[in-house]
Write a protein that binds this ligand. Sequence first.
Ligand code: GLN
Length: 486
Amino acid sequence: MSREEIDTVAGAAAALEAGALSSRELVTERLAAIDRDPALNAFITVTAERALAAADAADRRRRDGEATALTGVPIALKDIFCTRDVRTTAGSRILQDWIAPYDATVTERLDAAGAVSLGKTNMDEFAMGSSGENSHFGATLNPWDRTRVPGGSSSGSAAAIAAGLVPGAIGTDTGGSIRQPAAFCGLTGLKPTYGRVSRWGMIAFASSLDQAGPLGHSAEDVALLLDAIAGFDPRDSTSVDRPAERYADACGMAVTPFTVGIPEHLFEALSPALAGVIDEARAVLEGLGVRCVPMRLDHASSGVAAYYVIAPAEASTNLSRFDGVRFGHRCEAPTSIDDLYARTRAEGFGAEVKRRILTGTYALSVGYYEAYYRRAQRVRRLIRDEFLAAFGSVDAILTPTTPTPAFPLGDKTDDPVAMYLQDVFTIPANLAGIPGLSMPAGRVEGLPVGVQLLGTHFAERTLIALAAAFQRETDHHLQRPAGAGS
Ligand code: GLN
């Protein structure tokens, strides 16, 4: 059995189902691959013993005829999902030794499906970042070019898949953190509709924007993972009480009735190479019988500005719980309660997290609330309304996922605004709560780049159908970096 046949979720599932290998064999081999490549820094914690026990349980379950599609398939979880008895760090020093007392719903559902988690993947601290460089545990490298970033904040999840360490993984996306690393690492990534996947047990960054979702090589892989994690959860008050659809089924859906809008005015400033990738993607879709039409989105470009008021405001509130009393790190020998708070937080948080807490607190303070927070919320509503109006006449919207391919490590660490602009195409979907999918669509400077499909609320099946059809016609998602999986 070749590596290529089992480096996808669907491929690994088929091999297990056919009895070509056991989950224990597959998991043992992938754990060894992780051990051989510590420099990639894709994992914060590898849970080898638990994984082998889960693999054995999966093999028994399969023998007993009780397997689901994911039973025995190795996966990895971004280190933002609480995992009982395993440390959950959110990439932060403040939680570096924190052991969650319970499982996140996402963790629980993947366990119930029999997926075998190999560990917790590296990430920008509290999911704040676009490069993976803001982790207390060090930067993750891009398997396509180890001098470049893998994207962020779900950096480790993306790098682990691209390097062949695991066939699929779960990330979170507040402003692009699934789609942007998927694009930089040549993967497919899906941010579901807000409320489709439970946030219970997922450490909060910006609660009105955060959403968990899958990364994998193909649309089929992300659909298989989404099937396991989507659905109502009474423990999350923003979870939507609406039956989850069958996502993997959507891969075979006809795409001829679909119309895709292309807001070209938004990407006029892109490099000719990236513009060429969009043109090719459009030609592929047209070849499939999809109708492509020009459209305008006049408010989307204000998304970054609104996001960098709203997300820090919510973060400043969410992160107030890390005070040295309730969770994680506590400073040595505090002399007063103020000293305890101040030193614990000064020591525990990294620079970007502090920047967000300060700007967020400022934006929410009396006298500035109206000027910043309230205004940003108005812009958010305009963006949402504009999308919903657009989806009256198109089924999906096609854009680039990122304005550039993966950039060199260190390139933007001194320029937060340049870093923030990475998410110009991805942030509007989070503000509107709509789903977005990034899929590999070509190369620029030898590096993979992605295109993004956006849909209306709960239109995940449409996005998956379009991506699966696109992937039947193209081989971008089949490309692997040199040395992957070895
Ligand atoms: N890069 C964006 C930020 O830094 C988005 C991060 C995310 O989606 N978690 O906030």
